[in-house]
Design a protein around this ligand. Structure first.
Ligand code: DX5
Ligand code: ZN
Length: 220
């Protein structure tokens, strides 16, 4: 299996110093920058838009993994692509035509991800798996950092791992929500190869980021 990638969610960063925070996690060994976009409608919280993504772009060489929790989503795809997103992930529950949305992301030259909420079955991917680059399994209900990992999602990670392997395609399997040094090994054992972590990356401030990321990889 591919070495696990760590994608810190900047939702738990200091929003008054976002540029520095993004530089600090890169220095600390992060692989991707996970950017949670919320609209106060699809999820009960408001975060950041394309202007902030654009402002952060010069501060990092890492892939920007943009998780869109917004509805409707389609009319924002071009703006996030232009702002510097590398991976754009959307929720099938947030719109009427997920297949069309995936094609739109690909037409912008970006990697397309599909995210499944805790109540959404893996089967949702049956007719998308041949077109996507990433599956994002939500192990909390989307909207906030700092929630507890929902263990029933481990079975879904296992099921999606099988679907991906069967497809033979190069698809990342990312898990988001409640990931810490205790739950990371469970998600990895179930088949995840990218771990999103907000609280567990940013706790303790910049001096702790490198150790925090090392622990998520299974280090002491
Ligand atoms: C939740 C977001 C997550 C969140 C994870 O809607 O998608 O990325 O920031 O936060 P932690 O790691 O604190 O559970
Ligand atoms: Zn997220």
């Amino acid at each position: 299996a591919a070495p696990v990638r760590i994608a810190p969610s900047i939702l738990s960063a200091d929003f008054a110093r976002l540029g520095e925070e993004v530089r600090a996690i890169e220095t600390a060994g992060a692989d991707w920058v996970h950017i949670d976009v919320m609209d106060g409608h699809y999820v009960p919280n408001l975060t950041i838009g394309p202007m902030v993504v654009k402002a952060l772009r010069p501060h990092s060489t890492l892939p920007f993994d943009v998780h869109l929790m917004i509805s409707p989503v389609d009319h924002f795809l071009d703006a996030f692509a232009a702002a510097g997103a590398d991976i754009i992930t959307v929720h099938p529950e947030a719109g009427p035509h997920i297949h069309r949305t995936v094609q739109h992301i690909k037409s912008l030259g970006k990697q397309a991800g599909v995210s499944l909420n805790p109540g959404t079955p893996a089967k949702m991917l049956d007719y998308l798996i041949d077109d996507i680059d990433l599956v994002l399994i939500m192990s909390v209900n989307p909207g906030f950092g700092g929630q507890s990992f929902i263990s029933s999602q481990l079975r879904k990670i296992e099921a999606v791992r099988k679907m991906i392997d069967k497809s033979g395609r190069d698809i990342r399997l990312e898990v988001d929500g409640g990931i810490d040094a205790g739950t990371a090994p469970l998600a990895i054992a179930a088949g995840a190869d990218v771990l999103v972590a907000g609280t567990a990356t940013f706790k303790g401030g910049p001096d702790a980021y490198a150790d925090n990321i090392r622990r998520l990889r299974g280090g002491a």
